[in-house]
Ligand binder design. Structure first.
Ligand code: CU
Length: 311
């Protein structure tokens, strides 16, 4: 009993406890931050195929670098408490000193937590505005637009596939998504039927596809290669099968692809409805809506279409 008494917490001052904890935490924090920045960062999804993907990778890295040391300190404090402030078996129960009205602790708590929340707010806002929407759909009138030239690509979702239309290249429509490298792309995402979602994973682009609505998402391509496109909004029985692949290719290769595809699809293109950013209205096409009756699909919204539904 006497031995336990001598090793009671009172024997060690709070300063010593703090110094011990800091002595363990600070080196661990430094190692953690270095590992996150130099080792883990390049592997954090969604990768670096576009500026929005790279921005997301950077954001996840920074937020992890803020959160992980806090997590480590909490766990370290738990373990330290269990080992050092363990109640000795049989010793009388003594309450710890009250920390009420402790100005130092209260001030430190308010200042540190406020700084963390405000810092996250400033960082998050900056990261949303500067890369122009950070890869999310911004609706038909984006607040944050990239400067300079953009290549518009209309993404047309339907149960259960994606097709892509290139309005500045003659308006052809294809199931292949090919985009040039080192180019600002404006995806104009829409749907023919229910709500879908265009999720170009490695590009860090994710935008809802709503019927008769133009949801714009920007990204700047940085690396050639394949990327995955998935629907990310439950849209019916074959939702899980609604995916395909896009390709970022060198600019010259894109030009030749666009030229040959435009020529190959010319006979189809002339039957398509006129291109519109307001959404895609298949009932207005040359097939007079035989595939999509506006009555079935849109009900009162049929005023958008010019054609009469068949039967
Ligand atoms: Cu879906």
């Amino acid at each position: 009993m006497a031995r336990r008494q001598s090793s009671s917490p009172d024997a060690v001052s709070n300063k010593t406890h703090t110094a011990r904890l800091m002595g363990m935490w600070v080196p661990l924090m430094v190692v953690t931050e270095l590992v996150f920045w130099f080792v883990l960062q390049p592997h954090i999804p969604p990768g670096r195929q576009s500026d929005s993907a790279q921005g997301q990778q950077f954001d996840i890295t920074v937020l992890s670098m803020i959160a992980t040391p806090v997590f480590e300190l909490v766990i370290m404090y738990f373990i330290y408490s269990l080992l050092v402030w363990r109640h000795p078996k049989g010793a009388p129960l003594v309450d710890g000193p009250p920390i009420r009205s402790n100005m130092k602790i209260q001030t430190a708590w308010m200042v540190i937590t406020s700084a963390m929340v405000f810092g996250a707010f400033v960082f998050g806002t900056y990261e949303l505005v500067v890369p122009a929407g950070a890869g999310g759909g911004e609706g038909p009138n984006p607040i944050w637009k990239p400067s300079g030239k953009v290549l518009p690509v209309q993404v047309i979702a339907q149960q259960w596939r994606f097709t892509y239309r290139y309005p500045t290249l003659g308006g052809f429509e294809t199931s292949q998504l090919v985009i040039p490298n080192h180019t600002e792309i404006a995806f104009h995402v829409t749907s023919l039927d229910v709500v879908h979602n265009f999720w170009a994973y490695q590009l860090g682009v994710k935008a809802d596809a709503n019927p008769q609505s133009d949801n714009v998402a920007y990204t700047h391509t940085n690396q050639v290669g394949r990327f995955t496109v998935r629907c990310a909004e439950l849209c019916g029985i074959w939702h899980g099968a609604m995916y395909n692949y896009g390709h970022v290719v060198p600019r010259a290769q894109f030009s030749s692809w666009a030229t040959s595809t435009k020529a190959r699809l010319a006979s189809n293109t002339k039957n398509l409805p006129p291109f519109s950013y307001a959404g895609y209205v298949p009932s207005a096409n040359g097939a007079a809506g035989s595939f999509y009756s506006p009555q079935d699909k849109f009900g009162p919204l049929e005023t958008y279409g010019a054609a009469t539904p068949t039967s």
